[in-house]
Design a protein around this ligand. Structure first.
Ligand SMILES: Nc1ncnc2c1ncn2[C@@H]1O[C@H](COP(=O)(O)OP(=O)(O)OP(=O)(O)O)[C@@H](O)[C@H]1O
Length: 352
């Protein structure tokens, strides 16, 4: 099994529009580990769709190299044959399923016929095709609606049909390009949970392209943030959402853990106050720390702000507290928090 099921090396895509170059993707390099749910996030127009369309060469890059499933699909430096041959590409594309914001179902066919349609080039006999389609519908929780027509289904149900269809040829990669963008929050979460189930059941690598940060936070293992065609940040959810200090990342993913932004938005003048930001992870706090700081060190901790966020079932909390105590005792209190593996950052001295 290859470590990275997709690898982008210095990939660029430039379009010509009105005699001008549009740099939709600029010098992007990163790998997507096999078996992960991998998020590509950013605002509309950041270049996400263009980049993922290069994976199965629906979009040819103008520069760079792309490896997929351990094979070089495209290498701009190979002047004679930059792309893999058409026949090979057709075979390999079957290992890459795609779902989009629009479900693109065939309205005159029933739910099961829509899934069967995706198997028409397979080697299966008619009976096996029907059986396989029925199994796929069971995977996506739609067995009971097999004979319905798309128009009789809700948006979330239609997207489930699209997912079953995308899985028809047992792909190793499923690309979800804004697949939940047209759905309400409840349906969005159900589709995301389904993608997670499929990821686990079939060791399916899921590439989730979205501008919705809540979707990334709910199911992704790793994420890259794109802005203006470039990758501006990458890493685990905690690296990007909690620890990143990149202002562009903050603008895109939000400021939930950025103490300065929080204090500014609360209009708290903290220039002469001893404020400390605490960041802690699920299961970490079993003691009533605020009480402990007072009883052990005689340091009073007033909570200025507190929040808790969930990242793929891991809770991360942040508190901004004002510590009142003498210098030595306050230092002891901070040491104590660090012993509990609570990350502490002193905010003293900076202006609003
Ligand atoms: N075929 C094309 N010709 C010219 N410009 C294009 C073409 N396709 C995309 N672009 C431009 O490339 C940039 C990136 O578009 P892209 O669709 O990849 O962004 P995105 O992050 O996926 O956003 P969205 O979710 O809105 O599609 C945009 O400025 C877009 O207008």
């Amino acid at each position: 099994m290859v470590k990275n099921i997709v690898e982008f090396n210095h990939v660029s895509v430039t379009f010509q529009q009105n005699h001008k170059d549009v740099h939709a993707v600029s010098d992007v390099s990163f790998g997507i580990p096999t078996g992960q749910i991998f998020g590509i996030a950013g605002y509309s127009g950041a270049g996400k769709s263009t980049l993922v369309r290069t994976i199965n060469l629906l979009q040819q890059p103008t520069a760079g190299r792309i490896s997929v499933l351990g094979e070089i699909f495209f290498d701009a430096d190979d002047a004679k044959h930059p792309a893999i041959g058409a026949k090979k590409l057709r075979q390999q594309r079957r290992k890459i399923g795609m779902v989009f914001q629009h479900y693109n179902l065939l309205n005159e066919k029933t739910v099961i016929q829509n899934v069967e349609f995706a198997l028409k080039h397979s080697d299966l006999k008619a009976k096996e095709v029907t059986q396989k389609a029925a199994e796929l519908l069971e995977d996506v929780g739609l067995s009971k609606l097999a004979k319905y027509y798309p128009a009789q289904l809700s948006g979330g149900q239609q997207q489930r049909v699209a997912i079953a269809r995308a899985l028809a040829n047992d792909p190793q990669i499923l690309i979800s390009d804004e697949a939940t963008s047209a759905l309400d929050p409840e349906n969005t979460n159900q589709i995301l949970d389904l993608l997670q189930e499929l990821n686990q059941k079939y060791q399916l690598t899921v590439i989730l392209i979205t501008h919705e940060m809540e979707a990334i936070k709910r199911i992704c293992d790793q994420v890259v943030i794109m802005d203006s065609g470039k990758v501006v940040d990458s890493g685990s959810l905690l690296d990007v959402f909690v620890k990143s200090e990149n202002p562009v990342t903050h603008r895109i993913v939000g400021n939930d853990f950025d103490a300065k932004a929080i204090l500014n938005s609360l209009q708290i003048d903290w220039s002469n106050r001893k404020l400390v930001q605490l960041i802690y992870y699920s299961g970490q706090i079993s003691e009533p720390i605020i009480v402990e700081l007072y009883s052990r060190f005689n340091v009073a901790a007033n909570i200025v702000y507190a929040d808790i966020e969930e990242f793929k079932q891991q809770l991360v909390g942040t508190m901004i507290v004002e510590l009142n105590g003498n210098e030595a005792q306050t230092q002891q209190a901070l040491d104590y928090l660090q012993q509990l593996d609570i990350e502490t950052t002193e905010l003293r001295g900076a202006a609003v």
